[in-house]
Design a protein around this ligand. Structure first.
Ligand code: ADP
Ligand code: MG
Length: 559
């Protein structure tokens, strides 16, 4: 039997990879910065066990510099550098990850900050560059090397001069073509925003020389140009900080910085879980409804980070629709990413996280309702409808989660009340939870159908939102009490004392009733003498499942 190795056409493989694994070109900067961060981390981890090495955090950094004239973009780091072997193995062999090997060799239990694992990210540089030059000097050696490649055609290595330990990656940015411009990668503003977007929480400073204009000292209308080195990233993510040291203002600032909304958050939720799947999350319940919230354009989702690097900016799997208003981020080191690090390989961990988050949001909303009623009502004004849609959709599968978060206007309290409050006030003989539907509270108040129920002293919930009645139909009962529309045929209220009177009235006026029924034929099913009216002469009642209000909505819906 002959055993053979698979052959790979590495040229084609590289081309395929460069052009098809990433959805966006800007990702190259995330990949190169991640590598630089890994390289610094390696010194950090080595120093933990090697007494001759001191890790002085302040002397480690990553720098991004653009040179538009020469069309180069350079990413410099003060990391561990690469030997000639490293260059040949890690940059010369596709899918070979020196970082993954480092993690394994050093058995880093806590090495989750090291980002690299697939050995392909580096080549993303060729999406924007024709030539990539790597100048590097490894820790503990005097020889530096220059590695250079134009992509698919292979690479060259030669000894080179470099004073300090670390690596410099020089990208010769592609010329603009008819359908693609690459000039954006020289623009300070653009580079800053890419760094902020993907690499804001890299643990080491990412610096840039930033140009500006400022008033000259001692003069009011003379200006001078200046250039200074700035740190672009925030470095320590808020979710890694100790909760006790964070103020409400810190959370508010994070909300604004991340552009989660233009409002202030109503409440923040900070979660750190060290269980079956480890993750941190900072979530917000916004104060105001985004302008496009109830439109098709609105996209739900949380930002998803893996070890501090942004993977997805709207991960929709993390939120159920009924909590789609929640903003924020999740960071986990336990996600299995695919090689582009843009999507996930398995969603097992994600499902666990989502389930966990869901529970937490619910309990936070419940405590808001309990302890900060006013705030909850404010929240409910913006997003209550979404909760009711949640009850209605999925055939009521979410009612357990949501029913205690619902509120309706009460005829008695003249304010929003919960179902549990309603039921707790019900007199013993009251069988049903009564509700009345209409356009506004004022209109409902005038409905003749409410008279008998009100006279009995029973509370009525006012349904003014189209979804209300539909949602309640899905609930069916609350604490074993059925819901009853005040306009339904049988109200379940004892009115026997009236029975004789109504019977005789019906007999006496049979001709009149028949005449009315004939006149209205096709429009009403029956005309009856009513037991429930007090001051009004007439009212509409329904027999079937669908009430008048529901019928109106169903009729208005496009088929
Ligand atoms: P990954 O980061 O997933 O390992 P890359 O293709 O991004 O894959 O990088 C391949 C390898 O090249 C890294 O694992 C690392 O060993 C090495 N490398 C890349 N960039 C640097 C750098 N700036 N400093 C030191 N080593 C680097
Ligand atoms: Mg990498």
């Amino acid at each position: 039997m002959e055993k053979k190795q698979f052959q790979a056409e590495s040229k084609r493989l590289l081309e395929m990879m460069i052009n098809s694994i990433y959805s966006q070109k800007e990702i190259f900067l995330r990949e190169l910065i991640s590598n630089a961060s890994d390289a610094i981390d390696k010194i950090y981890y080595k120093a933990l066990t090697d007494d001759t090495l001191v890790f002085d955090k302040d002397s480690y950094y990553i720098k991004v510099s653009a040179d538009k004239e020469n069309r180069t973009l350079t990413i410099t780091d003060t990391g561990i550098g690469m030997t000639k072997d490293d260059l040949e193995n890690n940059l010369g062999i596709i899918a070979k990850s020196g970082s993954l090997a480092f993690k394994n060799e050093n058995e880093l239990k806590d090495g989750h900050d090291i980002i690299g694992q697939f050995g392909v990210g580096f080549y993303s540089a060729f999406m924007v560059a024709d030539i990539v030059t790597v100048i590097t000097k490894p820790l503990g050696s005097d020889t530096a090397y220059k590695w250079e490649s134009t992509g698919a055609d292979g690479y060259s290595i030669e000894p080179f001069e470099k004073d300090t330990v670390g690596t410099e990656i020089i990208l010769k940015i592609k010329e603009n073509s008819e359908d693609e411009s690459y000039d954006e990668y020289f623009e300070e503003y653009r580079l800053k925003s890419i760094i902020k977007k993907y690499s804001d929480f890299i643990r080491y400073p990412i610096k840039m020389d930033v140009k500006g204009r400022r008033p000259q000292e001692g003069s009011e209308n003379e200006f001078e140009d200046y250039q200074e080195e700035q740190i672009i990233n925030s470095m320590v993510p808020i979710w890694r900080k100790n909760k006790n040291e964070l103020t409400a203002e810190d959370y508010d600032n994070f909300y604004q910085e991340k552009h989660y909304g233009f409002d202030k958050p109503l409440k923040h939720i900070h979660i750190s879980v060290d269980g079956a799947v480890r993750y941190n999350a900072v979530l917000y319940i916004p104060e105001k409804m985004p302008f496009d919230y109830y439109s098709k354009e609105f996209e739900k989702g949380l930002e998803l980070y893996s070890s501090g690097v942004l993977i997805m900016d709207k991960c929709s799997e993390l939120l159920p629709d009924y909590f789609s208003f929640v903003k924020g981020m999740v960071d986990s080191e336990d996600l299995s990413l695919n090689i582009s690090r843009e999507i996930l390989q398995h969603d097992k961990q994600l499902k666990l996280i989502a389930k966990n988050i869901n529970k937490k949001i619910k309990s936070e909303l419940q405590s808001l309702l309990k302890d900060e009623r006013e705030k909850y009502e404010e929240f409910y004004k913006s997003f209550g409808r979404q909760l009711k849609f949640g009850v209605y959709s999925d055939f009521g599968a979410n009612k357990e989660v949501l029913q205690d978060l619902l509120m309706f206007y009460s005829s008695k309290e003249k304010k929003l009340v919960t179902l549990s409050e309603y039921v707790s006030r019900m007199p013993e003989e009251q069988k049903y939870i009564y509700y009345a539907s209409g356009e506004t509270n004022e209109r409902i108040e005038k409905l003749p159908q409410t008279e008998l129920v009100s006279e009995k002293g029973y509370e009525i919930l006012y349904f003014t939102d189209e979804v209300d009645e539909f949602a309640i139909r899905m609930l069916m009962t609350y604490k074993e009490k059925e819901f009853k529309s005040v306009s339904s045929g049988d109200l379940g209220i004892e009115a026997d004392e009236n029975q004789e009177k109504t019977d005789s009235a019906a007999d006496e006026n049979k001709d009149l009733l028949d005449h009315m029924k004939n006149t209205l034929s096709g429009k009403v099913k029956d005309v009856r003498v009513s037991k429930r009216l007090r001051s009004h002469p007439v009212c509409l009642a329904t027999d079937g499942e669908v009430t008048i209000e529901m019928e109106k909505i169903l009729k208005a819906m496009p088929n």
